[in-house]
Design a protein around this ligand. Structure first.
Ligand code: SF4
Length: 186
């Protein structure tokens, strides 16, 4: 069984073809194509990957998680065990996209399947130091997430996609993408 990486769900929702391009350019020097927002995003996760964003023993940082039921695998930024509080760090969150919700829901369902009790989920916006709490996912959200994962597993780069120039100009793979003639804004 191939597990879907939780961290790629948001990109998949943004554009499935970007997952394919990510696979191709994965081994390239990221500085050649990573734009400022992506660099800030990866730095915001470095703090938890280096376990430097909290010193509390109650806070599990960069915990690997998985769900056999959903076929997903990934890492969570921070889980405060006593409080049951799952936190995903983002540098900037002007708005919470559906794909970002899928990521935190996926982490939630992984933790539950692994035997943790999760009572609260939130995003922590590093640039403003704000916690933004979101509703816990229920059975409807579980089914929605499951359906996205099924589409992910069925996706082929040869599938037709409807390109959206407004998305392409904000896509880091735009200069290498054969599905569009747009130029990105970075
Ligand atoms: S440039 Fe457009 S079509 Fe190509 S991967 Fe990015 S969003 Fe998708």
């Amino acid at each position: 069984m191939t597990y879907v990486q939780i961290s790629t769900l948001n990109d998949f929702v943004f554009c499935p073809y970007s997952i394919y391009l990510h696979g191709i350019y994965d081994h390239m020097d990221e500085s050649l194509y990573h734009a400022a927002p992506q660099v800030r995003g990866s730095i915001s996760h470095e703090a938890t990957d280096n376990k430097s964003s909290s010193t509390s023993k109650d806070c599990l940082l960069s915990l690997p998680v998985f769900s056999d039921r959903l076929g997903i695998i990934g890492k969570i930024d921070c889980f405060r065990v006593t409080e049951g509080h799952l936190i995903e760090r983002k540098y900037l969150l002007k708005k919470i996209f559906r794909g970002q919700l899928y990521q935190i829901w996926a982490q939630y369902f992984c933790l539950e399947e692994m035997g943790y009790k999760v009572s609260k989920i939130s995003f922590y916006e590093i640039s403003t130091k704000k916690n933004i709490t979101v509703d816990l996912p229920g059975s409807a959200e579980y089914l929605e997430l499951k359906s996205v994962i099924e589409k992910y597993n069925q996706y082929s780069p040869d599938d037709e996609i409807e390109t959206n120039p407004n998305k392409c100009i904000h896509c880091i793979y735009c200069p290498m993408c054969d599905k569009t003639d747009s130029d990105n804004v970075y």
